[in-house]
Design a protein around this ligand. Structure first.
Ligand SMILES: Cc1cc2nc3c(=O)[nH]c(=O)nc-3n(C[C@H](O)[C@H](O)[C@H](O)COP(=O)(O)OP(=O)(O)OC[C@H]3O[C@@H](n4cnc5c(N)ncnc54)[C@H](O)[C@@H]3O)c2cc1C
Length: 436
């Protein structure tokens, strides 16, 4: 991975410390940001160039230090650091601001760094940021299975390609508990592993990754993508592979308690509900499969669905309904979410009688379908009635040089295999078009 420094000033040397140096180098220093990293850690790799380029900007006022977590476990445990990377900010020996971990964005780090400095200093630093442009043959927006496959084929064709993602590589698959229908594996594969392997394969081939970034602006006609507000990626062709995001119910309390009692990802959050009472809202494939996964943890699960039967595949339904800890409320819809102490209170309406009742649970999972991620495209592409991007069989979208692949594309079946097929087709076509 590479990331150019946004400033012209020479890069400072980043210091690495060990546990024994913590007191002297961190607690007795003025302002410090400490990066706990590990080896073989893709989010750490994604962070490294951002951390280095920010040291060039802020390094005169704030010390940038790294700690290799695997060799300094005692310090990591003492500070309660259990994942890599983790960034901790210190001011005069005291921890300050919010710890950052996972797919850390440049803007999040800058927010914490700016909070350590007076406003005039922050303005001076901002004024030193010099925007720049990097040319590529192909830019792929989104690094789920569709984008990663296109990136692999293009890289193998020696086409200079960059993958840009607001999150970490892998897309939905990285958050799917088990994948049992991906050909080539006899046993179900953990989604995180499958997506990790796809992403490492594309990376190893040589495609460049700019991940956990803010995509500030996309100009499809000029083929420009502005990331983190200062770097412009200029491409000859753009592949849109941004997939889908969960639908919201748009019910009072939903936004307020999102991430704090309401979740849209069982793989991410079900583990926090061991021996707790949980509600799942929805009745399609995702809802029923994810509900079944949640039963591994929850002591009781109530599934709420608006219709009189599930729309999910029969096998998954039967498995869920056979579980004695699962209760189903068909023909019910949620009307509001509130909180009482640790409990979520869900107001439910019986669609037959119109009567409202309240259920108290520890957590709520919502799986009511997905919507295409097209907001960044500024309404320039032709879409179908549901907002998915229309393409021809070669994955060309309605603007010249723009392609769409995977779940964001208008099509009948949205699976890993179909996303991969789209990515393959777009990449082969682009290779031929760039050759001509
Ligand atoms: C709960 C669940 C379980 C599933 N289980 C299976 C299964 O068992 N088998 C199967 O075949 N399929 C399964 N699917 C479907 C499968 O995951 C998708 O079909 C597949 O991931 C689509 O790949 P994609 O690359 O098109 O999009 P995604 O996987 O959605 O990836 C899109 C990527 O684009 C990024 N992105 C979004 N917006 C932007 C932006 N503005 N700028 C930059 N990047 C952006 C996202 O961060 C993401 O990394 C499941 C889906 C869900 C939701």
């Amino acid at each position: 991975m590479s990331d150019k420094s946004p400033v012209t000033k020479n890069h400072l040397t980043m210091k690495e410390i060990v546990s024994a140096e913590f007191e002297q180098e961190v607690l007795k220093a003025d302002k410090v940001v400490l990066d706990f990293y590990s080896s073989e850690c893709p989010p750490c790799e994604a962070l490294a160039p951002k951390f280095e380029s920010l040291e060039t900007l802020y390094g005169e006022d704030i010390r940038f230090l790294k700690v290799f977590r695997q060799q300094n476990r005692d310090l990591a445990e003492k500070l309660g650091v259990y994942s890599s990377p983790t960034l901790i900010f210190f001011n005069k020996g005291h921890e300050t601001g919010i710890r950052l971990s996972g797919g850390i964005k440049r803007s999040e780090i800058m927010h914490n760094l700016n909070a350590l400095l007076p406003a005039d200093k922050v303005n001076k630093i901002r004024s030193r940021i010099k925007p720049f442009t990097t040319p590529y043959d192909v830019a792929i927006i989104g690094s789920g299975p569709g984008g990663l496959t296109a990136g692999l084929y293009l890289c193998q064709a020696r086409i200079n390609t960059v993958l840009i993602d607001t999150g970490l590589p892998g897309g939905h698959v990285s958050l799917t508990h088990q994948v049992s229908n991906y050909p080539g594996f006899i046993d179900p594969q953990p989604g995180y592993l499958l997506s990790h392997n796809m992403s490492e394969q594309t990376k190893k081939c040589g495609s460049e990754f700019k991940v956990a970034v803010d995509v500030t602006r996309v100009d499809l006609e000029k083929k420009e993508i502005v990331i983190d507000e200062y770097e412009t990626v200029l491409a000859k062709k753009i592949i849109v592979a941004t997939g889908t995001s969960p639908n919201y119910l748009n019910v009072p309390g939903e936004k307020e308690f999102k991430g704090n009692g309401i979740s849209y990802c069982a793989t991410c959050d079900a583990k926090y509900y061991g021996d707790k009472e949980v509600m799942v809202i929805g009745g399609g494939n995702s809802a029923v499969e994810e509900a079944e996964f949640i039963t591994r943890f929850a002591s009781k699960l109530t599934v709420v669905h608006q219709f009189e039967k599930f729309q999910a595949n029969k096998q998954a339904q039967e498995k869920l309904l056979a579980n004695p800890r699962v209760e189903v409320l068909f023909r019910h819809e949620p009307r509001s979410f509130t909180r009482k102490g640790d409990k979520m209170i869900v107001s439910l309406q019986d669609l037959e009688t119109g009567k409202l009742k309240e259920l108290s649970v520890d957590g709520v999972f919502i799986f009511v379908g997905l919507k295409p991620n097209i907001d960044l495209l500024g309404g320039k592409l032709e879409i179908d009635n549901w907002g998915y991007i229309k393409t021809d069989e070669d994955m060309h979208a309605s603007v010249d040089g723009i392609y769409a692949v995977g779940d964001v594309r208008s099509k009948k079946y949205r699976q890993i295999t179909t996303a991969i097929a789209d990515g393959t087709i777009a990449a082969i076509n682009i290779t031929k078009e760039l050759d001509n």
